[in-house]
Design a protein around this ligand. Structure first.
Ligand code: ZN
Ligand code: ZN
Length: 362
């Protein structure tokens, strides 16, 4: 089968590999229908993820059909349509029991798929601890609708869950890329008083204006004046930093009001400075880190109910055979790209570009 592979720092290649087999009794093999490309894949290629193991198949955001399960798998069976969770977790250890599945202490736990073990930009993927790592997609929810559930949407959902958003709050989101938009979608479920999203890219600002007209869109230059005008207590009540760009960490704490919650979702490629003397007395609460992706069932229910819809984000579709082109487009942010769906089964090799942007909400 074809598998997009992390060969060495700076190099990914589409290689022929053997189809994966069940190794443990809690494994499942999933026939991948759609996989997505994530900024974290680019971080791996740039060598910014030291844990990533050369030789592995990349890809950690995918949906498909269960092909086989080990004897210890109880919740899913062959033929089930499933969303794959970015995280592998045992469900039993101290951290899993508390819902901190990103910190699962199992040797295979945490972000393994497409990082330390073979992931899903391939025709098939082996998913360890399949009862935790797979979520059945409800009838009536398409693969397109479910594609982002296991990673980027789970990230936004988790970030909002820990951010303590109240109905009277002004929420400021930094970054209107896929993670920022998923965070925005989940923040709106909390019905805050207003949501501001800050982004410098004109295409992304236009995307938010088109699909989410209730949200106040600002550029970094407009941010000081907008926060001053709309936030009576000197800043936003909750800030979610999803940009991870130069200067955005500083913006996150600067435009938070005293005693605000500041949640850092972004994965920075460089260390950030926390200038405690400058923020002394501001008494901020910082929350940081990687997604605890244990809410996929709830997220899929919200999609089935029509309360969450990430389809506008999928702006391009490519067959696996042309994944190199998809990466080039994604990395260079060409052609208004937000997210790319990669069709991983050979019979589906019909390119369908620009599918989502103007039609998905029609
Ligand atoms: Zn990701
Ligand atoms: Zn665990």
């Amino acid at each position: 089968m074809l598998a997009y592979t992390y060969v060495s720092k700076g190099k990914f290649s589409l290689l022929e590999k053997p189809k994966p087999e069940l190794l443990e009794e809690k494994d499942a093999i999933v026939k991948v229908e759609l996989a997505s490309i994530c900024t974290s894949d680019l971080h791996i290629r740039h060598g910014a993820v030291p844990r990533a193991v050369p030789g592995i198949t990349v890809g950690h955001e995918m949906v498909g059909i269960v092909e086989a399960v080990g004897a210890g798998v109880m919740k899913v069976k062959p033929g089930d349509r499933v969303a794959v969770n970015v995280e592998t977790f045992c469900g039993k250890c101290f951290f899993c029991q508390k819902g901190y599945v990103n910190n699962c202490t199992d040797p295979n736990g945490g972000w393994a798929l497409g990082c330390r073990i073979d992931g899903g930009q391939a025709e098939y993927v082996r998913v360890p601890y399949a009862d935790q790592g797979l979520t059945v997609i409800p009838a009536g929810v398409s693969f397109d609708q479910a594609l982002l559930v296991g990673d980027v949407l789970a990230t936004g959902f988790w970030a909002v869950r820990i951010s303590e958003i109240q109905p009277e709050d002004t929420v400021l989101i930094l970054g209107a890329g896929p993670t920022g938009i998923c965070t925005l979608l989940c923040a709106r479920l909390k019905n805050p008083k207003q949501v501001l999203i800050c982004e410098k890219d004109g295409d992304r600002l236009a995307f938010v204006r088109e699909y989410y007209p209730d949200v106040t869109v600002v550029t970094p230059e407009e941010l000081p004046e907008t926060v001053h005008r709309l936030c009576p207590h000197g800043g936003a009540d909750v800030v979610l930093e999803a940009a991870g760009a130069e200067g955005t960490f500083e913006m996150a704490w600067k435009y938070a009001r005293p005693n605000a919650v500041v949640t850092i979702i972004a994965l920075y490629e460089e260390a950030q400075v926390l200038p405690l003397p400058q923020m002394y007395g501001k008494n901020l609460t910082f929350k940081t880190g990687g997604v605890d992706g244990c809410d996929c069932e709830e997220i899929l229910s919200l999609i089935a109910e029509g309360r969450l819809d990430t389809q506008p984000l999928i702006t391009h579709t490519y067959p696996l055979a042309r994944i190199e082109e998809a990466y080039e487009l994604f990395e260079n942010k060409r052609d208004h790209v937000m997210k790319i769906a990669v069709k991983c089964q050979p019979e589906n090799e019909v390119p369908k570009e620009n599918a989502g942007c103007s039609t998905a909400n029609a």
